[in-house]
Write a protein that binds this ligand. Structure first.
Ligand code: PBG
Length: 323
């Protein structure tokens, strides 16, 4: 059974033929656009390391979400940049925090777009770590209370999905318990289950002003070398009540996405993070890569590996390119 009977090129002959036999498709509903919201009015401040992405005041955020919705994008995930940071991440779980106010504004004025909130403390702490510091390290159990309170305040503001990204042990259970106790048993949890201590978050930290002031995040985020451990993390998060799992970053961890897809029946998301985005944009700016093709090929590869949906800074551009 071989050449010349078989010629694989027959089914590659034209775009209509390739379209017919295409195994992996992209559509805008699979894209979640990450957005950064900040205090003020009429603020639309471009993030140097992430061209085409902005810190947006809430009024501008509403406009951005209207255009995302018009493009058919599945949803947005919000990151808040608070007025003031402190040791206790106070704004992370205050009903008057920047994220909570942004969610209320969006739910009031934009229909038909999922609003996901990132549940973490690093944008809100003066030291830039994801939780409460005790003896120079992030204290796991003390941080759980902050996270649970933040998730409840997001749900109260109207968030459709809460997404904890802190990598504390037991946070999914703590959040599920608090949501249920406060009447939010219907709010799903998308857990950043396998989140690696990755260099590719660099540009995000400029965007969210969340660079740790000392040390790094390796005592809570995963070692890039470990894949079996990712399965443990995902097992635990499912046991604790996660409705959906996420792998982050995406392209450097396609093996982990594939493994998650074959093991679990729950929806799997993947986060094409800031560094993955900025690398492609920078290469395109230098004329070394075609931007649209690199964008679509990278998203296709993440989906082919098994992700049901992708968090991506390309969400709007990819939706336009697919139209
Ligand atoms: C918050 C958080 C981070 C990202 C998403 N949520 C930063 C980090 O863990 O340092 C990174 C997203 C990106 O790089 O696009 N903990």
């Amino acid at each position: 059974m071989s050449f010349p009977i078989h010629r694989k090129r027959r089914l590659r002959v034209s775009e209509p033929m390739r379209r017919l036999v295409r195994e992996t498709r992209l559509e805008p509903s699979q894209f979640i656009l990450p957005l950064f919201t900040c205090p003020g009015e009429g603020v639309r401040r471009e993030i140097g390391s992430m061209p085409g992405n902005f810190q947006l005041s809430i009024d501008e955020l509403v406009k951005e979400c209207e255009s995302a919705r018009a493009l058919g994008i599945g949803g947005v995930i919000l990151f808040g940049i608070p007025e003031k940071k402190d040791e206790f991440a106070s704004e992370a779980y205050s009903d008057e925090g920047i994220t909570q106010r942004a969610v209320r504004a969006l739910k009031h004025s934009v229909q038909g777009l999922l609003v996901i909130t990132d549940v973490c403390n690093c944008e809100y702490t003066s030291h830039g770590h994801c939780g409460k510091i005790v003896d120079g390290d992030v204290d796991n159990d003390a941080t759980l209370a902050w996270l649970a309170e933040a998730a409840v305040s997001h749900a109260r503001a109207g968030a459709d999905i809460v997404a904890p990204s802190d990598m504390m042990d037991g946070r999914v259970a703590a959040i599920r318990h608090s949501l249920d106790a406060h009447g939010f048993s219907k709010t799903p949890i998308l857990s950043y289950a396998a989140k690696y201590a990755s260099v590719f978050y660099g540009p995000f930290r400029e965007a969210a002003e969340s660079t740790p002031q000392f040390g790094d995040r390796r005592s809570y985020q995963m070692d890039p070398a470990n894949a079996r451990e990712a399965i443990d993390e995902m097992d635990l998060d499912l046991e604790e009540g996660a409705d959906m799992l996420m792998v982050k970053p995406a392209m450097p961890y396609l093996d982990v996405i594939r493994e998650a897809r074959s093991r679990y029946h729950v929806p799997i998301g993947a986060y094409q993070v800031s560094g993955e985005f900025s690398m492609i944009v920078a290469a395109a700016q230098k004329g070394w890569l075609d931007l649209d093709r690199a964008m679509l090929e990278s998203l296709t590869s993440i989906r082919r590996a098994g992700a049901d949906f992708m968090l991506t800074y390309f969400a709007k551009d990819a939706a336009k390119a697919l139209a």
